[in-house]
Design a protein around this ligand. Structure first.
Ligand code: ATP
Length: 258
């Protein structure tokens, strides 16, 4: 892993009026590193992910991103054009519900190809070839390239959403409960696929999940959130095998008892 963090997060808090969304969150994420953010419902995971991905403006704190030109940029003070450029090229965002991240009424090929066009690719043959290659990589038959995602199963839609996000070779991908709405057998296959892609592409990822098994399988490091704050963080195996905080111990033991 590189010695320079991709993302530097300092004391980020977000309040909704007097309600705490997240508070005083600090961490660094390195290129190629996968961080899982875990915690029960309402602990602030989604709020934090939204702040990191510039969907929400934090109430306080600073988030800096290491741009491809080698400079750090403060996301709060980045212009709209630069922010949109990041979201289209350097970043991906995989939603829990694939319908939020796909265009359901255009073909699978167009869903993938559109992202390439957004970064300036204009050659139809190349775009279609890349789309076709990416469908294969996410295990969708190339004969489905002209089908719309609404004709796909939930697992296929999620794999298509992943292809759409990865086709531009992002450096950082945000994932919000990526296997949340799927059957257990479909989840296992998708997790394997995501793990392989993240590893092969050397992606950095921040994955929000309430499922500790997802964190175990995908992440190098994890942060445990409770009432908006990070109460424990460390290497995933350390946190899960030897949780230090009573709350983490409870989370881990409640899973083991299921
Ligand atoms: N738009 C909003 N307006 C007011 N309060 C909000 C809003 N969004 C979230 N909150 C509050 O912020 C806190 C953290 O919520 P958040 O959705 O980030 O948690 P979460 O861990 O992602 O939960 P879940 O797993 O259920 O999605 C909760 O108390 C929630 O009620």
């Amino acid at each position: 892993m590189s010695a320079v963090p991709l993302l530097k997060v300092r004391d980020v808090s977000k309040f909704y009026g007097s309600r705490i969304g997240c508070r005083n969150v600090s961490f660094e994420l390195y290129p190629g590193e996968v961080l899982a953010v875990v915690g029960e419902s309402g602990s602030g995971k989604t709020t934090l992910l939204s702040c990191l991905s510039t969907r929400l403006m934090p109430s306080s704190g600073m988030i800096e991103y290491h741009m491809r030109d080698g400079q750090y940029r403060d996301l709060a003070h980045m212009g709209e054009a630069a922010r949109r450029f990041l979201m289209r090229t350097d970043w991906g965002f995989v939603h829990q519900n694939p319908a939020d991240g796909l265009r359901m009424t255009v073909s699978a090929g167009a869903n993938v190809g559109e992202r390439l066009m957004a970064v300036g690719d204009r050659h139809y043959g190349n775009i279609r070839a890349s789309a076709s290659d990416w469908l294969r990589r996410v295990e969708i038959g190339e004969d489905r390239i002209d089908d719309q995602p609404r004709a796909f199963s939930g697992g296929m839609r999620q794999r298509l959403q992943i292809a759409r996000n990865l086709v531009t070779s992002p450096r950082l991908v945000f994932m919000d409960e990526p296997t949340g709405g799927l059957d257990v057998s479909v989840q296992a296959r998708l997790l394997d696929l995501v793990r392989g892609l993240v590893h092969d592409l050397g992606l950095a990822a921040i994955i929000v999940t309430h499922d500790l098994a997802v964190a175990r399988l995908l992440s190098h490091r994890m942060m445990v959130m409770k009432d908006g704050a990070v109460i424990e963080q460390g290497l995933t195996d350390r946190v899960l095998d030897d949780p230090r905080e009573p709350y983490t111990q409870l989370l881990v033991s409640s899973i083991l008892q299921v």
